[in-house]
Design a binder for this molecule. Structure first.
Ligand code: GTQ
Ligand code: FE2
Length: 359
């Protein structure tokens, strides 16, 4: 090695040191991490069992009060690949929320958008901007960005639902606002329950001459299970199995019900073969009904009602049912689509199973 080479090496080291001192970094030493050939999420495929989550939620119900200060009794699913952050993926928040008999979670609003998918209990409502939205198993309830919301359980039974939020994405965009001053702890109800469904929930019918109050936001806030079930039954009869998928839309535009969260329902019947698909963007699946398994990047996840699992961005995923099964899902797909970043790839053959999830 010539002294000239040595001096270049030394001078480079010195240059990198000086760069660091003034908070600069070279691209050429980290290109592979910044630009992998295909998306490489730090989030890993994972599954949370209903029996485990339910028991944890019940214990939280005994020990942690809801109300001002304590706020909502939501327990976040934390992806083990995301260094302790309470996120399911880099863009999606998923949680189980437990509301005990005769409890209320106080009114508030924030710029992140949220959806609820009801798993257990009946007779609870979430008030959204003065409209009491009743919650039954299988119902999807929206609380759009900046809408006032409080949850009320006036029954003798606990209630458990899945919360899906765009919170990690909104945090990444530094766009989180939270209103610290609600006009009241529990909203005054404006008329009879379920106004949004009565006015905007007609099949292919909307009020003539209606004024869109918040562009981009669905005025329909509840998607009752009975309607979803009927739509899936009809689509399955029409298209055949093993899988039919529907998306929840804003009836005034036909676009995604939430601008930042894709809401989907999948019905899978036995029979195959399942077709593995990779997609940009992540998804949280919530098993509503049935049993089966999914293979995610070669790992097999067996699921049962109430289980939740995550498919990270660009992971190959395929689903198979042992019996007619319904999977609800939230995704970040509307965000990727809006930004021209959505891509999918159908694999030609079923994946080889290399391991079985035991977590
Ligand atoms: O119920 O309003 O899981 O504000 C996270 C944030 C639930 C809620 C969550 C929230 C809520
Ligand atoms: Fe909230």
């Amino acid at each position: 090695m010539s002294t000239d080479d040595q001096s270049i090496g030394e001078r480079l080291e010195e240059l990198y040191g000086d760069m660091a001192d003034v908070h600069m970094q070279p691209l050429w030493t980290q290109t592979a991490d910044l630009m992998p050939r295909t998306p490489k999420s730090a989030a890993v495929p994972w599954l949370w069992r209903w029996s485990t989550m339910r028991a944890i939620a019940e214990r939280a119900g005994e020990l942690v009060a809801v109300g001002r200060g304590g706020e909502r009794r939501a327990i976040a699913l934390a992806n083990p690949g995301l260094s302790g952050k309470p996120y399911v993926s880099n863009t999606l928040w998923g949680a189980v929320q437990y509301l005990g008999p005769h409890e209320s979670a106080p009114n508030h609003r924030h710029s992140p958008s949220a959806i609820r998918f009801v798993l257990e209990g009946d007779g609870v409502w979430t008030t959204v901007n003065g409209d009491a939205c009743d919650m039954h198993p299988g119902d999807l309830v929206l609380t759009p960005s900046w809408s006032w919301h409080d949850h009320n359980n006036n029954t003798d039974q606990p209630m458990i639902w899945f919360d899906g939020l765009d919170l990690p994405a909104v945090i990444a965009l530094d766009a989180v606002f939270f209103d610290p001053e609600p006009p009241s702890d529990i909203q005054q109800l404006e008329g009879a329950h379920n106004k949004s469904t009565r006015v905007y929930g007609g099949r292919g019918l909307l009020p003539l001459d209606d004024v869109v109050t918040t562009p981009g936001q669905s005025p329909l806030w509840v998607y009752p299970w009975a309607d979803t079930d009927a739509a899936l039954t009809n689509l399955l009869a029409e298209r055949g199995g093993p899988m039919v998928s529907m998306r929840f839309v804003d009836p005034t535009t036909g676009r995604s019900a939430m601008q930042t969260i894709g809401c989907e329902m999948h019905r899978i019947v036995p029979g195959g073969p399942a077709i593995p698909v990779r997609r940009t963007g992540s998804a949280i699946y919530v098993v509503y009904r049935g049993t089966g398994h999914s293979i995610i990047d070669g790992q097999r996840f067996d699921w049962a009602p109430g289980d939740m699992f995550v498919v990270p961005s660009w992971a190959a995923a395929e689903h198979q049912a042992n019996e007619p099964s319904d999977l609800f899902a939230v995704t970040d797909r509307p965000v990727l689509e809006a930004l021209g970043l959505y891509q999918e790839e159908r694999l030609t053959a079923p994946q080889e199973v290399t391991s079985r999830f035991a977590g």
